[in-house]
Design a protein around this ligand. Structure first.
Ligand SMILES: Cc1ncc(COP(=O)(O)O)c(C=O)c1O
Length: 368
């Protein structure tokens, strides 16, 4: 069994490193802010649990007013349902009998919805649901600029929706229209242009669905970067933002960012070597931080640069003679929050300088 890096009541200095630290006040404010934004716009909020992978934080989001949670993997859905979340949307295509058997069984224990973008996927889901004796809500994914999964045309979305509606154990629940490519586009003007394109393509799909006599219960999409522009476009009924709970160094580079979300997630690291006057080495490298969106920032030290990660080391350079001391603890702001979380076993929740909560990251891992 893994030992947690801290105990209730410990001060920050006593937390073993590397550790994932959460500022609980900032986390709570972020949850409340996004919920208030969704409520003011009259849309549902279904936060993405791919960010935190933790039913406890998900439970806080539901208590604040979220209709349920999104996740990407069947295993994530299982951990969320085990943790008491009653309405879970796998906002992703699920392929392969081993997963589908579990997914269809899970639908007997919670309200479950899932994405499709292929007629073969619809047939496989129907077969699994029939065997499990469950009923599954299905959303058709329409590609809206992300260039990832999703049928490419409104007509293809309408055709696939008709197949779902005709399947006895499935029900057509709506359209999935998430554009991952736009989330980190830096200006609000460019994000607005993407939202207008989304509105146009989804509008065409809705007209076709109506022509077929199909009603579209949910139109779900948006992330922390695009939700404000997507709300302005006015076509979504549900937001699936995830990163807003924690934020990260890359989201901080978006200009005109909406929501006023605060950095609440840090990787705590210790200076394990101070070999030169302008160089320190911390005990957090590639195995404690994700680098796909750039290196971490050193919180409260604008003059320090995280210059070189290796597996278990992080080289930090800065002004000669004014570097943090050997043994000092530093808070690092991850470049990208989701894959950083995935590297850790526990959250250490801090309030007023003391450890208040230690939670396992129940759904961490690649996720089958
Ligand atoms: C399908 C889907 N929805 C929502 C999100 C949440 O986006 P963000 O974490 O940027 O808010 C993601 C993130 O990758 C996603 O893949």
């Amino acid at each position: 069994m893994r030992q947690p890096p801290a105990r209730h009541g410990d001060p920050l200095e006593a937390v073993d490193t590397p550790a994932l630290i959460v500022d609980l006040d900032a986390l709570e404010r972020n949850i409340a802010r996004m919920q208030a934004g969704a409520a003011a716009a009259g849309v549902a909020l279904r936060p993405h649990a791919k960010t935190h992978k933790c039913p406890v934080i998900g439970g806080w989001q539901v208590t604040a007013g979220a209709v349920g949670l999104c996740c990407q993997k069947t295993e994530e859905a299982e951990r969320l349902v085990e943790g008491g979340i009653k309405d879970v949307y796998i906002s992703n295509e699920v392929v392969g009998d081993a997963k589908l058997v579990r997914l269809a069984e899970l639908a007997n224990h919670a309200r479950l919805s899932v994405c499709v973008d292929d007629a073969r996927g619809v047939a496989a889901l129907e077969d699994a649901a029939a065997r499990a004796g469950s009923k599954i809500d299905v959303l058709v994914e329409l590609e809206v600029g992300g260039g990832r999964c999703g049928v490419r045309t409104p007509q293809a979305a309408a055709d696939l929706a008709a197949r779902v509606a005709a399947a006895p154990c499935l029900s057509f629940a709506g359209l999935h229209v998430y554009n991952g490519a736009v989330q980190h586009v830096r200006t609000a003007q460019e994000r607005r242009a993407a939202a207008v394109a989304l509105e146009d393509k989804v509008g065409q799909a809705l007209a076709l669905l109506t022509g077929q006599g199909l009603s579209c219960g949910r139109i779900t999409g948006a992330g922390t970067g695009s939700f404000a522009q997507d709300l302005e476009a006015g076509i979504l009924t549900e937001l699936q933002c995830g990163s807003y709970v924690f934020m990260d160094a890359d989201y901080a580079r978006n200009r005109d960012a909406a929501g006023g979300f605060e950095q609440s997630l840090f990787v705590l690291a210790t200076v394990m070597s101070a070999p030169a006057s302008d160089l320190i080495v911390v005990d957090a490298g590639l195995k404690a931080l994700a680098f796909d969106s750039g290196p971490p920032l050193v919180h409260g030290h604008a003059d320090l640069v995280f210059a070189g990660p290796s597996d278990e080391h992080g080289e930090i350079t800065g002004p000669a003679g004014r570097m943090p001391a050997w043994g000092e603890k530093l808070e690092l702001v991850p470049g990208h929050c989701d894959p950083t979380v995935n590297l850790h076993d526990f959250y250490v929740g801090m309030r007023a300088g003391r450890v208040e909560k230690v939670w396992p990251i129940a759904a961490r891992g690649a996720g089958r």
